[in-house]
Design a protein around this ligand. Structure first.
Ligand code: AMP
Ligand code: MG
Length: 310
């Protein structure tokens, strides 16, 4: 018990944490303002559901049983986002969404993985990747601009200098980058660049849009922070047609039945084309603050494989 008190009091006593949280407050206000101006409607988060994001990496299962049904704790709201934008009245949505991902222990020292974190998750009906990527560039520039203006004192205290980047951000094809820099291409590029950049075309989850003419090529993207801070956001255009989704689930060894009403919506022709993405709030704060360890930007940070005290 004493160990718990010590740990929490250490975390809460940190002036660096308080500075990071004030930066977080300004960043979130800036994001909310931007989304509102752009006409996005904010949905409240879904935290338990019969379906969730299958992810493209393996985590421990987080489930609860309720009223005779198996529910997953939300890993991301991607499937709910696709369903929501199928409404003609909700073409642009976003959610400040708590995600639980019981990450494997080896990620404990990554500096950027928590087992619960918050994602700002967005989706736009009938949009393509250019529109969404442009929007994200403008959003990040505004956030940096607002944080520099409002939180000059905190940035100075943390010894952080951060410039608003120029747009458009550089782009790299992930396959070419892998061939040139090896498996750790994201980290290599992030370390060598001083501007945020895009990595395009990743083979991953079944819902990211695969080019129908060029199988194995995906209309998706990651936004990556420079200076070694690594991945900021993942997103993509989405597939929405039943036959395509069904084939891609089968290719990934995933069962259609595990996606219940989502796949029924697809089969009934109710899903629509969209594009979107989500960025982790704690990772944004880490980058803005120049604090390397994600554990230092959250008072109740939970690192993979750790024993939690609160
Ligand atoms: P994903 O769609 O899996 O890439 O997740 C979307 C975004 O959430 C990522 O780009 C990160 O910014 C953030 N994120 C993902 N996993 C974690 C994690 N375990 N801890 C903190 N942030 C995360
Ligand atoms: Mg990702």
């Amino acid at each position: 018990m004493m160990e718990g008190i010590g740990k929490i009091r250490d975390a809460l006593g940190s002036e660096r944490l308080a500075a990071a949280l004030r930066i977080q407050g300004s960043a979130l206000r800036s994001v909310g303002e931007f989304m509102h101006k752009e006409g996005f409607v904010q949905l409240m988060p879904v935290m338990i559901s019969p379906i969730t994001d299958p992810l493209c990496h393996s985590v421990y299962d987080a489930r609860v049983e309720y009223a005779g049904q198996e529910l997953s704790i939300t890993k991301s709201m991607i499937l709910h986002k696709q369903v929501a934008v199928s409404s003609p009245h909700l073409p642009k949505i976003y959610i400040v969404s708590p995600n639980v991902r019981l990450e494997r222990e080896h990620l404990r020292g990554s500096g950027r993985h928590l087992v619960e974190f918050t994602q700002v998750d967005m989706e736009m009906r009938d949009a393509g990747k250019e529109e969404f990527m442009g929007l994200m560039e403008r959003l990040l520039c505004k956030v940096i601009h607002d944080v520099r203006r409002e939180r000059a004192e905190e940035l100075a205290f943390l010894g952080r200098r951060i410039e608003a980047p120029s747009t458009p951000f550089p782009r790299f094809d992930s396959k070419k980058a892998r061939a040139e820099y090896g498996e750790a291409f994201e980290a290599s590029l992030s370390q060598s660049l001083s501007t945020p950049f895009w990595l395009l075309d990743h083979a991953r989850e079944f819902y990211d849009r695969e080019d129908p003419e060029r199988r194995g090529c995906y209309h998706n993207y990651d936004l990556v922070y420079p200076e070694g801070f690594g991945e900021a956001l993942s997103g993509g255009e989405r597939d929405w047609e039943y036959e395509t989704l069904k084939r891609k689930l089968a290719e990934r060894g995933q069962k259609e039945e595990s996606f219940g009403t989502y796949m029924e919506m697809a089969k009934a022709g109710h899903l629509v084309p969209s594009a979107g993405g989500g960025f982790g709030v704690e990772r944004l704060v880490r980058y803005l603050s120049g604090i390397r360890s994600i554990a230092e930007v959250s008072p109740f940070a939970k690192l993979p494989g750790e024993r939690f005290v609160l």
